[in-house]
Design a protein around this ligand. Sequence first.
Ligand code: I3P
Length: 218
Amino acid sequence: MGDATMNRFLPKLHKIYNVKKSCFIAIDNLLYGFDNPSIMDIKMGSRTFLEDEVSNDELRADLYEKMIKLDPSVLTDEEKQVKSINKLKYMQLREQLSSSSTLGFRIEAFKTRNLNKNKLDKILNRLNLIHSSFKCSSFFGSHEVVGSSLLIIYDSCKVNIWMIDFAKTVPLPEGIVINHVSPWVQGNHEDGYLFGLENLINIIKEIKDTVVENSTRH
Ligand code: I3P
């Protein structure tokens, strides 16, 4: 919230509650003022785990069960025998089985209705603003942004986009500089956030052009 370049894209933080060992935050209700809104949660970045995960070899049966439902063919015989998988492997498979690895973003959930050209224009304007502000932001210049989402909300009158989910946004180690675009290799801390945002913007532009082309044809 302290970064003046970015805080217009972040829900306002109202309060922090510590309950036993958990910490809860109260933030703006982003759906307030919308009438039956359409919503899309897009997880940004080509890497969805923190580098610490690389050294975590705990085997998890819950992640194995989730992967069985997604795509059992990617599991090794050994994993099938122990019926568990470590989180790094699970997260990397999720990236490869979705568009995270190729496009740097994936759609996690959506409830959506008619999108017209006017809304696509507003979405593109806001995404371009987030992109240019992110590039100038001292906060994002000094943090890796992992597992964060863009939340697109619109109804028949309004459109808005918010940056949410910063539980795995952490300061970069001293001496490490990232561009948020280059591919990740262990130790470089690249997250692929801007790679994903640029692809998202280009894809929405293509959709808009198709919408315009179809509407002029009819
Ligand atoms: C979950 C998703 C979450 C992750 C969670 C995964 O997978 O990647 O972001 O939590 O790990 O299970 P999926 O989307 O396939 O359900 P974190 O971002 O907090 O790591 P978890 O099971 O350890 O909570």
